[in-house]
Design a protein around this ligand. Structure first.
Ligand code: E4P
Length: 222
């Protein structure tokens, strides 16, 4: 499962990229709005840092405008993936973009029926929003499992991108279920490193190493 960051914040993107584990980025209009940069400049700056797919979303209420926006976004860099919303207009726009050879990510997916539509138009990614499903009292991971199972049964090529993840267990369970990729906020990726026994172990190894070096130094003095 590939690990993506769900952010448009360059400092966080650079930090995660420095860890050597960052395989892609997803952005959305709300995340872009926080950064205070012109949208195309922001996407360009992200693609300058990240080699993997960078999702950039179109915002319009009709397919023609979505297609026009998607074409402009796709020209920013080879690794831009145009995000289209799950809607009649979004799917129609997505089908046209795919026909032009532009990779798309169908976003705001909350059902297997919607995920089937995304695969049918040849989307590169489908993004079920697990956390938002949990927020309304349903089970996002069950939906993910149903989509992964359905895609396997049908042999669809579209990659399942688990999105709207809230914590480490969402990431772990998405991997167990067989998601192709998972996109998460920086704080969630950061916490994947942590375990209290790792901290205790590192502390003990460092302490023992210092004592060992001190003992060797004392012996040399004698
Ligand atoms: C995915 O592409 C979306 O940007 C995202 O995961 C939404 O997550 P949220 O529910 O935390 O806003």
């Amino acid at each position: 499962m590939k690990l993506f960051l769900d952010t448009a914040h360059l400092a966080d993107i650079e930090t995660a990229n420095g860890w050597g584990i960052l395989q892609g980025i997803t952005t959305n209009p709300s995340l872009a709005a926080k950064e205070g940069l012109e949208f195309h400049d922001l996407i360009r700056a992200i693609t300058d840092v990240v080699a993997g797919p960078v999702s950039a979303e179109v915002v319009a209420d009709n397919r023609d405008e979505m297609v026009a926006q998607g074409q402009v976004l796709a020209k920013i860099a080879d690794n831009v993936v145009v995000k289209v919303p799950m809607s009649r207009e979004g799917v129609a726009a997505g089908a046209r973009l795919v026909g032009m050879g532009i990779p798309i990510n169908v976003t705001l997916v909350f059902s297997t029926a919607q995920a089937i539509l995304a695969a049918t138009i040849g989307a590169t990614f489908v993004s079920p929003f697990l956390g938002r499903i949990d927020d309304v009292g349903n089970d996002g991971l069950s939906l993910l499992a149903e989509i992964v199972e359905t895609y396997a049964a049908q042999g669809y090529d579209t990659e399942v991108l688990a999105a709207s993840l809230r914590h480490s267990q969402h990431v772990v369970q998405s991997a167990r279920i067989g998601a192709d990729a998972a996109t998460m906020p920086f704080a969630v990726m950061d916490r994947l490193f942590d375990h209290p026994l790792t901290d205790i172990g590192n502390e003990r190894f460092n302490k023992d190493w210092q004592a060992y070096q001190q003992a060797l130094a004392d012996r040399r003095k004698k």
